[in-house]
Write a protein that binds this ligand. Structure first.
Ligand SMILES: [Cu+2]
Length: 162
C-alpha cells in the first residue's frame, strides 16, 4: 500500500502553499513539527464544515423540526446535546471526516421510550437522514456504537409540551 498520507496526525497539517519567503516558511514548518511532536497521540486535526447549520434545531418548510449532527475524524458528535419538542424529528448525521466511519443509534433502554430509527454505518464524507416521532419528554442518550468506549455519545432532550 502506498499512500501519501500517513495515519499520524502531523501528516494532515498540510496547508495550501502560501507565498512565504524561504526562511519564514522553514520556521513555520519547524514550529508546526514541534507542535505536532509535543502533543500526545494526536487525533487528526478536524475541520467542521457544517458551521452554523450544525447544532441548531430548525423547523423545515414542512413543519418538521430538523437537526444536523456532525462527526468527523474524531470521536465527537457536534452538537452532543440538543433539545427538540415532542413531535416529528428529522435528524441528519453528517460525517465530514476523511477517514473514519461512524454510526448513530439511540442507546437501548436508556431513554424514556425506544427510538429504533438509526444510522447503522456512515462512511467519511457521507450524510444520512432519519425521521422519527417523539412523544415522551426526557433525555434520550445516543451513541456511535463503534466508538462509545471512546466517549462518542450524546443526548437528545425532548422538552415537555407547552
Ligand atoms: Cu464513531
Amino acid at each position: 500500500m502506498t499512500t501519501a498520507r500517513s495515519a499520524a496526525g502531523g501528516a494532515r497539517r498540510h496547508r495550501p502553499a502560501r507565498p512565504l519567503a524561504g526562511p519564514l516558511l522553514a520556521l513555520t514548518l519547524a514550529s508546526a513539527l514541534l507542535a505536532g511532536c509535543s502533543s500526545e497521540p494526536a487525533l487528526p486535526e478536524v475541520e467542521r464544515v457544517a458551521g452554523a447549520e450544525a447544532g441548531q434545531v430548525q423547523t423545515a418548510a414542512d413543519g418538521v423540526q430538523e437537526i444536523t449532527v456532525e462527526t468527523g475524524d474524531d470521536y465527537v458528535f457536534t452538537p452532543a446535546t440538543f433539545t427538540v419538542a415532542p413531535g416529528e424529528v428529522r435528524l441528519t448525521l453528517l460525517n465530514s471526516g476523511e477517514q473514519m466511519t461512524h454510526n448513530l443509534l439511540f442507546t437501548e433502554g436508556a431513554g424514556p421510550a425506544e427510538i429504533t430509527e438509526q444510522i447503522p454505518v456512515l462512511g467519511p464524507g457521507k450524510s444520512e437522514t432519519i425521521e422519527f416521532t417523539v412523544t415522551e419528554p426526557g433525555e434520550y442518550p445516543f451513541e456511535c456504537s463503534f466508538h462509545v468506549a471512546l466517549g462518542q455519545v450524546g443526548t437528545m432532550t425532548v422538552s415537555s409540551p407547552g
